[in-house]
Design a protein around this ligand. Sequence first.
Ligand SMILES: Cc1ncc(COP(=O)(O)O)c(C=O)c1O
Length: 396
Amino acid sequence: MGVEKFAKKEVAALMKARGSLTRATVGPIEGLINLGAGDPDFNQPEFINKAVYEAMKAGYTHYSFTGEPDFKEAIAGYYKKYGVTVDPKTQVLITSGGSQAIFQAFGAILNPGDELLIMDPAYQGYNTPSAYFGAKMTRAKQTKDKNGIYRPNFGNIENAITPKTKALLFCNPDNPTGTVWTQKELEKLAEIAVEKDIVVLADEIYTEFVWNDKHKTIIDLPGMWERTMVLMSFSKTFAWTGCRAGYIIAGPELMKAINAVPVGICSVPVPFQKAAVEALEKGWGFVAEMRDEYKKRIDFMVKRLNEIEGVSCPMPEGAFYLFPDVSSFGVPSMKFARDFFQQKKVRCAPGTQYGENGEGHIRFPMVKPVDELGEVCDRLEDYVKNLPPKAPPAVP
Ligand SMILES: Cc1ncc(COP(=O)(O)O)c(C=O)c1O
């Protein structure tokens, strides 16, 4: 036995499950179009870069134990847009991006053996933090509507809730499915959460990318302030994946628990917190530009994908991912994505990365310009043309 003997048991199990896999490294491959991660291909505006330097020059380089008050105020000001009044002093906690928001939220509530209910499909970044805290992840399968968009299935949600269920986590707008929950769906979920007395974690990091509507939050519905944590990030809103800033919004009592998770001093460097204030004040033109560009890419690629025989791709309601259905080819999505990568040098995520209910799908983030997305579709068309015909159903 190696270092595992020193490791916390949950960490040893994660090490074993991970094996030699790490997230980052495929060396440079000529001609590769990488649509693996959802990392926006926009660089943040110069005024934000400058704000970091100006803050350093002004001496904002010291401890900021629980985060800068003006950053929290700017966050509360931003969230008003969703019709919600937030007290920056007691209801906002700053995190180093959405991933830390997830970790800290889980750390506040999950005991070993607790169940955390997520949707199926769901973003895969919830899995290992929940395993780290010894919680059991359970899933409620979503079902597709007439447009081919996955929707919450409340029968499945209610059936999946057990006496051990501590919390339910949902992502709205959703990565990977593009679903935006309706007001009715949010109300139904709130009713269930109150009745079953569970916490709701609302991952809202794609709020700025809702295509035909306006984002609505669950936190303000009756009975929800005391049991909801909204998880947020600058990563997608301001294309800040490398700068790392995020936050949690929760009621003051729940926030006391989140605050008690010993992650140490606020881990967003102070100059970046100051720049984040500038982003929240003046960054909306940049966000609008990104939004327009994403929409253009989405419209282009949905149309083009649907022209490929056997591929069916719904128009996402929110976020900037496409989750086309390729089940007609009868190839497991893991193999489909791997072979597509090996044969055509396009990296995409297999649907099963998001749960077994994602089988038959692949995920494309819209983080490349239209011409490259066109090239991806051409390569996909070529790839599926050469797939062996699907075996006919077995005759009994
Ligand atoms: C739904 C969702 N939540 C959380 C995160 C993590 O956010 P961050 O990159 O800010 O850590 C991501 C990142 O892709 C995401 O898609």
